[in-house]
Ligand binder design. Structure first.
Ligand code: NAD
Ligand code: TYD
Length: 351
């Protein structure tokens, strides 16, 4: 079936994997990628598909309601997959306002345009909002986040995502807008901006710089390979139940310090260094304010309803990721020039 799909934030880390998957796997769809190209957006993430006949890039801001409405009026999209967001917790602590503007107001601008354009004719229409497990807050040593877990966000980032999730649900409950939401755990893989733990550590190791571990490194995250997130999004877009929420996760919990030790072992091997060399770069630094202790997803609903399972073991995925960063030093060089140096200085100098 022919479909016109608007993907927002398609030049970012996860968005670029979703755009690539949809452009390649669904030649009868036309994919429109709306992205304002913030520091986190990069058209180099999409070089391999940029000339595909079923792909169009539009540089623009999701908070620009005139632009967003004119795109809906021109194309009457069948679906929206909304990923555009400010996404880094540390930046949200330093500057919450851009998170409120993009993550909350930007989402409402998109919802309004979908509502006005579809105007009650919701046959085969879908507004799919991509969210995070961080909206559920922090777990203790035991238990998992399910789709019924109460929202309890702690950082400005997770609070802004929680707010956008509530607004998406409100448009369903109030106006019957056909929506679906997924809340995913921490992603890793190629094209991730080196402000997040794994690519930041890989980049620092390549440059023989300290690996900053917050607090004692005891915090736990549930890691999912980004291409598995894209496959879950595909499954949910096509077969998810309207109005519902799906949790996505890898059943793959790692204490930060254990993850970093595993990464150091892989890097020793890949860089031909003596075992134990890279771990000498580990440096414990001041903890993040309001640092959530543990995230862990129960993805049973997604498995039972849609048959989705992660495809990779973590060690294999992490090795693939390291190989990608080692083979793409030009990409790292490009994204870490200029503004990145200021961010790094401010973020890590004081710690
Ligand atoms: P990212 O920061 O790598 O990419 C965000 C993209 O959105 C960039 O291309 C950026 O240019 C674009 N963007 C930002 N503000 C915009 C605006 N106002 N208008 C248009 N485009 C704008 O983020 P990511 O890690 O790829 O995350 C994508 C989505 O997935 C986010 O909604 C995030 O909350 C969610 N998510 C991320 C993770 C993770 O581990 N990274 C986990 C779960 C959910
Ligand atoms: P991050 O990649 O920022 O993702 P999130 O905060 O969304 O989970 O951080 C992952 C974990 O790693 C988190 O517990 C914070 C920690 N961390 C460090 O220890 N050092 C770092 O330099 C960064 C960026 C994160």
């Amino acid at each position: 079936m022919n479909k016109k799909i608007l993907i927002t934030g398609g030049a970012g880390f996860i968005g670029s994997h979703v755009v690539r998957r949809f452009v390649n796997n669904y030649p009868s769809y036309h994919i429109y990628n709306l992205d304002s190209l913030t520091y986190a957006g990069n058209l180099a993430n999409l070089r391999d598909i940029e000339n595909a006949s079923n792909y169009t890039f539009i540089k623009g801001d999701i908070t620009d309601s005139d632009l967003v409405q004119s795109l809906f009026t021109e194309h009457n999209f069948d679906g929206v997959i909304h990923l555009a967001a400010e996404s880094h917790v540390d930046r949200s602590i330093a500057n919450p306002m851009s998170f409120v503007t993009t993550n909350i107001i930007g989402t409402v601008v998109l919802l309004n345009a979908a509502k006005a354009t579809w105007n009650g004719d919701f046959d085969n229409k879908l507004f799919y909002h991509i969210s995070t497990d961080e909206v559920y807050g922090s777990l203790g040593e035991e238990g998992f986040f399910t789709e019924e877990t109460k929202y309890d966000p702690h950082s400005p980032y997770s609070a802004s995502k929680a707010s956008s999730d509530h607004l998406v649900r409100a448009y369903h409950d109030t106006y019957q807008l056909p929506i679906v939401i997924s809340n995913c755990s921490n992603n890793y893989g190629s094209f991730q901006f080196p402000e997040k733990l794994i690519p930041l550590a890989i980049n620092n190791i390549i440059n023989n710089k300290p690996i900053p571990v917050y607090g004692k490194g005891d915090n736990i995250r549930d890691w999912l390979f980004v291409e598995d997130h894209a496959s879950a999004i595909d499954a949910i877009y096509h077969n998810g139940l309207l109005g519902s929420t799906y949790n996505i996760g890898g059943h793959n919990e790692w204490k930060n310090i254990d993850l970093i030790h595993l990464l150091c072992r892989i890097m020793d091997k890949k860089l031909g260094k003596e075992a134990g060399t890279t771990s000498k770069l580990i440096t414990f630094v001041k903890d993040r304010a309001g640092h959530d202790l543990r995230y862990a997803i129960d993805a049973t609903k997604l498995k039972n309803e849609l048959g989705w399972m992660p495809s990779l073991q973590f060690e294999e995925g992490l090795e693939k990721t390291v190989d990608w960063y080692l083979a793409n030093e030009e990409w790292i060089g490009q994204v870490t020039s200029g503004e990145y140096q200021n961010f790094y200085e401010k973020q890590y100098h004081q710690r």
